[in-house]
Design a protein around this ligand. Structure first.
Ligand SMILES: [Zn+2]
Length: 249
C-alpha cells in the first residue's frame, strides 16, 4: 500500500521502538504479491502472504498452481487475503466463491494457513471452508458475532481482531473477543486501514497493534504481557514458516 511503502524506514523504526518485532505484509492481488515478497526478501523482520482479495472482480486470477508455486518461497507464510465480500460486491458472486475455493485448495496443497476476509458472507464463508476441507487459518479483522466465532473455532481456525474492536459501537465484536480462548486469539493492524483508538482515522501502521492489544487485555481481564505472549505463540503456531528472531530471549 502506498501509504505505508512511501514511509517504510519510519514504519520499520516505529515497529522496532514499540517491540513489534515482525510483521506479515499481506498480498491483495498478483502485483502486490510480488511487491510484498520483495519486501520480505529485503527485510528479515517482514514475511509475506500470497493471494487475490475477494473485493475486486477485475483482479487477475491466480490458479491453484500459481498460488502453490508462489507459496514455496521460504518467506511466504500464508495464503490470502482470500474469502468473500458481499458488502462491496453484489449480483452473481460465483466468481468470488470460485476464487475462494481456489485459495482453499492451494492452502491445503501447500500446507499453509488461510488468511480469510469475510464481510456480510458468514454462512457462505463457513460452507466453503467446510466443503474445501480447509485445514488451518485465521478469520482476519473479525467483524462477526459469538456464533460465527464458535463456528470457526470448531473448524480449528484462529480469530484475529483489528482496531475495530476498540471502536465504541463494536459491542458484538467485543463480546466475540471475550469469548475466543486465549490460545486461538490473534491481534493485527490491517494497516493502513482501521487504526485503533486513540489513532482512529489516522493511517494505521504495524506499531499501532499495541493499542489494540492493550484494549483487548483490559477487555478480557488479562495482563498485557499474558496477551502478548499468547498472541505471539499463536502466531508462530499458525504461521509455522515464521521463525522467532534470535535476539528474543
Ligand atoms: Zn480483509
Amino acid at each position: 500500500m502506498p501509504e505505508l511503502a512511501n514511509r517504510l524506514p519510519e514504519i520499520l523504526a516505529n515497529m522496532s521502538a514499540d517491540d513489534v518485532v515482525q510483521a506479515i505484509a499481506i498480498s491483495v492481488d498478483k502485483p502486490s504479491a510480488t511487491a510484498v515478497l520483495a519486501l520480505a526478501e529485503q527485510y528479515p523482520q517482514l514475511f509475506a502472504s500470497v493471494g487475490v482479495h475477494p473485493e475486486d472482480m477485475d483482479s487477475e486470477e491466480m490458479s491453484v498452481a500459481d498460488l502453490v508455486a508462489a507459496a514455496a518461497h521460504p518467506k511466504v507464510v500464508g495464503i490470502g487475503e482470500t474469502g468473500l465480500d458481499y458488502h462491496w460486491c453484489s449480483g452473481d458472486l460465483r466468481w468470488q466463491q470460485n476464487r475462494f475455493a481456489t485459495h482453499i485448495q492451494a492452502a491445503n496443497d501447500s500446507r499453509l494457513p488461510l488468511i480469510v476476509h469475510t464481510r456480510d458472507a458468514a454462512a457462505d464463508t463457513l460452507s466453503l471452508l467446510k466443503a474445501g476441507q480447509a485445514h488451518a487459518g485465521v478469520i482476519h479483522c473479525f467483524t462477526e458475532d459469538v456464533a460465527f466465532a464458535k463456528a470457526v473455532l470448531d473448524l480449528g481456525f484462529y480469530v484475529s481482531f483489528s482496531g475495530i474492536v476498540t471502536f465504541k459501537n463494536a459491542q458484538s465484536i467485543q463480546a466475540a473477543c471475550q469469548y475466543v480462548p486465549l490460545d486461538r486469539l490473534l491481534v493485527e493492524t490491517d494497516a493502513p486501514y482501521l487504526a485503533p483508538v486513540p489513532k482512529r482515522g489516522k493511517i494505521n501502521e504495524p506499531a499501532f497493534v499495541h493499542y489494540t492489544a492493550e484494549f483487548i487485555a483490559q477487555l478480557r481481564g488479562e495482563s498485557l504481557s499474558t496477551l502478548a505472549e499468547a498472541t505471539c505463540a499463536n502466531t508462530y503456531r499458525l504461521f509455522g514458516k515464521m521463525t522467532r528472531p534470535s535476539t528474543q530471549g
